[in-house]
Design a protein around this ligand. Structure first.
Ligand SMILES: [Fe+2]
Length: 174
């Protein structure tokens, strides 16, 4: 089982085209910002076209907005959503995505009342680092395992475009 895999997709021309459209969402409070998928796919057919070599079809687009103040906690985004395709948009080359395994006897936690909402998370001391990569090109990554993103302290935002597909894409990580 792989935690991530780089994909040989033409993400650069996609990002160039959609950048100014995405920009108005950079400042949102949430770190997972769903985009109006139908609208963005019709305005920018390049997004779907970029996945044509893999025969995959986009069902949802969102951006992930990270900064170091509170998004570097170790978490699982959504246990029902096992993997996603991410394109680097801004400052991703100055970040690292780390994957973790719980140490024996340790468990994930929820914080329904607090700022982490329903996201499952784990304490750093309960985890072992198992893999790590830099999203400096298109990649598929596992989102139903514990992970975090750590950014260089000087950057304000780290933005990635995340694509959910109609098809199950877990085979890309086998
Ligand atoms: Fe995440």
């Amino acid at each position: 089982m792989k935690y991530y895999r780089y994909l040989d997709l033409d993400y650069q021309s996609v990002v160039k085209k959609v950048y100014s459209y995405l920009e108005e969402y950079f400042d949102r409070d949430s770190f997972f910002v769903p985009l109006p998928t139908e609208d963005i796919l019709s305005k920018f057919p390049e997004i779907q076209k970029s996945l044509d070599p893999l025969n995959l079809h986009v069902s949802e687009c969102a951006i992930i907005v990270y900064n170091n103040s509170w998004h570097n906690f170790i978490h699982i985004d959504d246990p029902t959503d096992s993997s996603r395709i991410n394109f680097p948009v801004l400052n991703c080359e100055k970040s690292k995505t780390n994957f973790y395994k719980l140490k024996d006897g340790k468990t994930t936690r929820t914080d329904a009342e607090g700022e982490l909402s329903n996201v499952l998370y784990a304490l750093p001391e309960d985890c072992d680092l198992v893999d790590s990569f830099c999203l400096n090109k298109a990649a598929v990554l596992r989102t139903n395992v514990l992970h975090n993103v750590v950014c260089d302290p000087e950057i304000k935002y780290r933005i990635s475009l995340t694509l959910k597909c109609k098809e199950n894409i877990d085979y890309l990580l086998e």
